[in-house]
Design a protein around this ligand. Sequence first.
Ligand code: ADP
Length: 235
Amino acid sequence: DLSRVYGEGETAVHALRGVSLDVERGKLTAVMGPSGSGKSTLMHLLAALDRPTGGYVTVAGTRLGQLSDTEVTLLRREHIGFIFQFFNLLPMLTAEENIVLPLSLAGTKPDKGFFDDLLDKVGLADRRSHRPSELSGGQQQRVAIARALVSRPSVVFADEPTGNLDSKTGGEILELLRNSVQDYGQTLVMVTHDARAAATADRILFLADGLIVRELGADADEHAVLTAIEEISLT
Ligand code: ADP
């Protein structure tokens, strides 16, 4: 029953108006909806980047609302990965340093076998020592994806991960994210405008005006997704 109100009084914006959902482990959940429907707000609340006005979020058995800021930071480090539209890499760190940063902060290191395999899978094995400014947009997003996956978090959230990429590169990134669910059993929740990408999801949630108004299952094809989008924008 999550709600989020920005501002107060007459200018208050009700970005989420009572959203309830369970995210299924090891599956890809896609979130779609028109601009302004509350997708980013929902992702930020689920990932403990923001606090709800009403309702609550539970991650890996822990209810977020009861935690102090430090406890939230620690929970995020262990259980949550986030992939942003604009990559959010640290410019002075190399690709490898950016990727292992969540673990460095926690005082640990990745298992070498897993790390090498991850770098191979995201196609960065020969770009380890490059800085973000020396990488293309697609490569920077690959770094961000590896950073989100490296701690093997309980759940990864991706907020329009291809929104800033050309369609070919975007397609490759979506495939990579899909593979992380298949290869690692990664639980992934992804906001996307790409009907074809959403059709590969195990579940598709449609938001409109701060509410979940529609849901499709694993059997939905691209046509079904497009039809749902059209119906939602007409109502
Ligand atoms: P989406 O991701 O679907 O485009 P958002 O969650 O970004 O939607 O926004 C939902 C609504 O909340 C929009 O009307 C937006 O203008 C408003 N909103 C988002 N962030 C803020 C903020 N920090 N302050 C005020 N209004 C906001």
